[in-house]
Design a protein around this ligand. Structure first.
Ligand SMILES: C[S@@+](CC[C@H](N)C(=O)[O-])C[C@H]1O[C@@H](n2cnc3c(N)ncnc32)[C@H](O)[C@@H]1O
Length: 255
């Protein structure tokens, strides 16, 4: 995946290029990040990247000309590296965008390229939004100070779906939300801590019993912690039965 990133703080991206799963994906050439700083596209001696909003009001906006020039450069650079010729879309990380969910991450991760624009200050001129931006994506209904962290979160989440990025490719598909449910509880050694034991079924070696137990716990965790997720799903018969069993066990445990 080819990523062009427009940012006033390119050094922040070391967090994804130098560490963990995303760092490994970059080293393996599965993800390629190219950084474009609007400051490098200024023409004044102070290299100004902010400007006052028309009509007054608090705060500044990103200065328009260097912003457009850096988006154009990013789009061209990324498009040149594509093999299937589909134009790279420009994504603005913005609190006003659609909220990112695991389903949208899976779709976005299939693209060959994209440009990510990280806003700063009070954001960008509305004409840049209308003329240069193809999509807006948000982390959620809250405000952070800049789009860099949002872009890095998006990159990290997409990395998990790049073939070869994870040691075990199945693990991304088993993560919470990938099948609409929360992940089942997991245990590691020791087998017993302060009198609290690992569920016996996980030690049984019975793969079918373990699969059913995990599915039941996954349904139960979703019912307890995120019932809204279940409301938008239609469960298969086995899932309905296991969830019913979980509810009964839970009721007995609480009584
Ligand atoms: C301080 S915010 C600007 C918020 C803007 N004045 C508003 O109220 O919509 C600066 C930048 O942070 C990024 N940002 C803030 N909150 C975000 C969120 N929830 N998701 C994605 N990006 C966000 C955007 O790139 C934005 O341009």
């Amino acid at each position: 995946m080819q990523l062009g990133i427009v940012t006033l703080f390119p050094e922040m991206f070391a967090a994804v290029t130098d560490h963990g799963i995303s760092g490994r994906a970059v080293r393996l050439g599965l993800m390629n990040l190219e950084l474009f700083n609007p400051r490098d596209y200024t023409t004044d001696k102070h290299r100004t990247v902010d400007d006052k909003p028309f009509g007054g009001g608090p705060g500044m906006l990103m200065k328009t000309e260097p912003l457009i020039a850096s988006i154009t450069a990013a789009r061209e650079a990324v498009s040149q590296k594509q093999t299937i010729g589909e134009k790279a879309r420009v994504i603005y990380l913005s609190p006003q965008g659609q909220t990112l969910k695991q389903g949208s991450i899976i779709d976005l991760a299939k693209r060959e390229s994209m440009v990510l624009l990280c806003g700063r200050y009070q954001g960008i001129d509305n004409r840049v939004l209308e003329n240069e931006i193809d999509e807006e994506w948000s982390l959620g209904d809250f405000i952070i100070s800049g789009g860099e962290l949002a872009a890095m979160i998006l990159i990290d989440a997409m990395t998990r779906f790049q073939p070869g990025a994870l040691g075990d490719e199945g693990s991304a598909l088993e993560d919470s939300f990938s099948n609409g449910l929360l992940h089942s509880p997991e245990y590691t050694r020791p087998q017993s801590i302060d009198g609290s034991d690992v569920p016996k079924v996980l030690l049984s070696g019975d793969h079918e019993a373990i699969r059913k137990w995990r599915l039941k716990q996954s349904l139960g965790a979703t019912w307890l912690k995120r019932p809204d997720l279940l409301e938008s799903m239609s469960l298969e018969i086995e899932q309905e039965e296991l969830l019913e069993q979980f509810k009964q066990d839970h009721g007995r445990f609480k009584a």
